[in-house]
Design a protein around this ligand. Structure first.
Ligand code: IMP
Length: 403
């Protein structure tokens, strides 16, 4: 291959991002891939994220610090595209105790202030977005409106000495730092926040978060341009969503309750019960296309064990209007731009046979029941990408490599 990109063309960097509505299990995949990388970077969002990593039975719920922090020797970067609540970051670093290495925060990242959180909570009374109330929207609004406060500004006098102490020493020019890593052929892992369908541009607007959660966010959110990037899309074997907005495959009765209880589908950040439903191959394929996903990490397949039958959505019938039954088209790789149109689509499903065996102890794909292997193949066909990892439980070891 001809090198057009300067000195980092031989190094393949990795991006891990959700291709649903968040909570896909990105933390587990980032944790698994961290040993092969030198640096782990978050480039979007803030403390609205909740990445859970379980190490030897100990559960770490991370909101701001990249999940790679739990692998010793990794450099973790909170880059300029993030909005960072210094109090929350100080608490997280305190919680990690001795379990963390080098953490850096961009001097260009925007600071979430108490007034942002207050405003977010007050707005939530009036809308049905269902935000995490972490001040994300108001802080990004101030950024776009050019009146935000950054870590290169006089942020300290808004916070107590404890926070100033924990966070103050981490602030640096992370763009320059990351460029130096690129130039030294170090491998960088980009950890997406939320999910592709919550992206401000490509998600189910206005039921989205306020940042660019996808691949585009990597470039603006870090200030570096990795030329060789492998994108791993993370998706659950079913679908969940927190907060408001369209969710065509949502199951409000027994299946939804089963998935919620068995999958422990309660928000890491807010504790809210997540809405649950069947796998949606249409929105996932759309998200895969938008982000140039190369391969898929499928998580929580174990949650489906015990079901007699499993459904996967293969296409949507788009109706003329919410009050009309006239079908104007059938789609399988995009989502309607307008949420009212989206809410009125009719999903079509493929039903596959379930399996009874507990698969949480399975470590190679051949040992999975044939029905589970078939389901994986169905999902691969729907999103048109290979599934290379399969998660069968929360623990680090409960991940099958499938090539
Ligand atoms: P915000 O990001 O707190 O402004 O919330 C906007 C929307 O994104 C709400 O529907 C939230 O529930 C959703 N959201 C934000 N962060 C996450 C996440 O990490 N996982 C799942 N949903 C999220």
């Amino acid at each position: 291959m001809t090198c057009l990109s300067g000195n980092n063309c031989m190094v393949k960097h990795t991006a891990v991002m959700g291709v649903q509505w968040g909570d896909e299990g990105k933390g587990k995949i980032v944790d698994a891939l961290s040993p092969e990388h030198d640096v782990v970077v978050r480039y979007c969002g803030g403390a609205n994220a909740g990445h859970t990593v379980v190490v030897n039975g100990a559960k770490f719920a991370l909101h701001l610090v990249p999940s790679g922090v739990l692998r010793s020797g990794k450099v973790c970067v909170l880059a300029n595209g993030m909005v960072v609540d210094p109090d929350a970051l100080a608490q997280e670093i305190f919680m990690l105790a001795e379990n963390y290495g080098l953490i850096y925060v961009s001097d260009r990242a925007h600071v979430v202030l108490q007034r942002h959180k207050d405003e977010d909570a007050a707005e939530e009374q009036k809308t049905s977005i269902g935000t995490t109330k972490k001040g994300i929207g108001p802080c990004y609004r101030d950024k776009i409106y050019r009146k935000g406060l950054r870590f290169c500004d006089d942020w300290k006098n808004h916070f107590n000495l404890h926070t100033q102490h924990y966070v103050g020493s981490l602030i640096t020019d992370t763009r320059k730092l990351l460029q130096e890593f690129l130039d030294a052929n170090k491998k960088i892992l980009f950890e997406g926040g939320q999910g592709a369908l919550l992206d401000i541009d490509h998600g189910t607007y206005p039921y989205v978060t306020s940042s660019s959660t996808g691949v585009g966010g990597i470039y603006t959110g870090t200030g570096i341009c990795p030329k060789e990037l492998k994108v791993i899309g993370v998706m659950k074997a079913y679908t969940t969503r927190v907060g408001g907005g369209p969710f065509p495959t949502e199951q409000l009765l027994s299946v939804g309750n089963y998935l919620r209880e068995k999958g422990k589908e309660f928000g890491t950040t807010t504790g809210r019960p997540r809405r649950c439903g069947w796998f949606d191959g249409v929105s996932a394929k759309y998200a895969v296309q938008v982000n140039g996903v190369d391969e898929i990490a499928l998580t929580k397949l174990d949650v489906l064990s015990g079901l007699d039958e499993i459904l996967a959505c293969t296409s949507y019938d788009v109706r003329e209007s919410i009050t009309s039954y006239k079908i104007v088209k059938t789609i399988n790789d995009s989502i309607p731009a307008n949420v009212v149109d989206f809410a009125s689509i009719t999903p079509h499903y493929l039903a596959v046979e379930g399996w009874k065996k507990d698969i949480s102890k399975v470590r190679c794909v051949e040992d999975l029941p044939k029905q589970a292997r078939h389901y994986i193949e169905v999902l691969e066909t729907l999103v048109d990408r290979p599934i290379t990892y399969v998660g069968v439980g929360q623990e680090r070891e409960q991940l099958i490599r499938r090539s």
